[in-house]
Design a protein around this ligand. Structure first.
Ligand code: FEO
Length: 167
């Protein structure tokens, strides 16, 4: 089986985007540590680990296909959130970008009749619904909490219960 060149390129770019996602979440984790939101920092570390797994799913797919993997430089994330709400608003905006990219790859799979990539991309489409939903719910909770310090402390504690295993 052959994977069309356009799809090879798109998946190579997506590997980069997933590693960038890991970098972005790590950058946000570091900021949360500075802002003393230790729970959110833990949540973001777990998210970064999940993003590396996403990158590796695409990586292994190309390897299985005997397609050259082209690793590109990972851009430095631009992170300067002033609040926990900003951290997760930036996360949500990023996930929406990722979803769009996955949809574009899926559209190319269909256009080029590259059906052997269908299952992989279907998995990612479903995963993106979950990714957006999780972050959107966090944003909405923070919008309700606003600047109520005891609620922020409690919510940060809850975020900290996330591990790579229960994410
Ligand atoms: Fe791998 Fe959060 O997208």
């Amino acid at each position: 089986m052959m994977l069309p060149k356009q799809l090879q390129d798109m998946i190579n770019k997506q590997i980069n985007m997933e590693f960038f996602s890991a970098y972005l979440y790590l950058g946000l984790a570091a900021k949360c540590e500075q802002l003393h939101y230790r729970g959110a920092a833990q949540w973001l570390r777990a998210q970064a680990a999940e993003e590396k797994e996403h990158a590796m799913r695409f990586f292994e797919f190309l390897v299985d296909y005997d397609v050259p993997v082209t690793l590109m430089p990972i851009e430095a994330p631009n992170v300067d959130p002033k609040s926990l709400l900003e951290v997760f608003e930036q996360s949500l905006a990023h996930e929406q970008k990722v979803s769009k990219s996955i949809e574009e790859i899926f559209a190319a799979v269909m256009e080029q009749k590259a059906y052997s990539a269908f299952q992989l991309l279907s998995w990612f489409l479903t995963e993106q619904i979950e990714e957006e939903k999780t972050v959107r719910n966090i944003v909405r909770t923070l919008q309700v909490i606003k600047d109520d310090v005891p609620s922020l402390i409690e919510f940060d504690r809850q975020l900290g219960s996330r591990t790579s295993e229960n994410s």
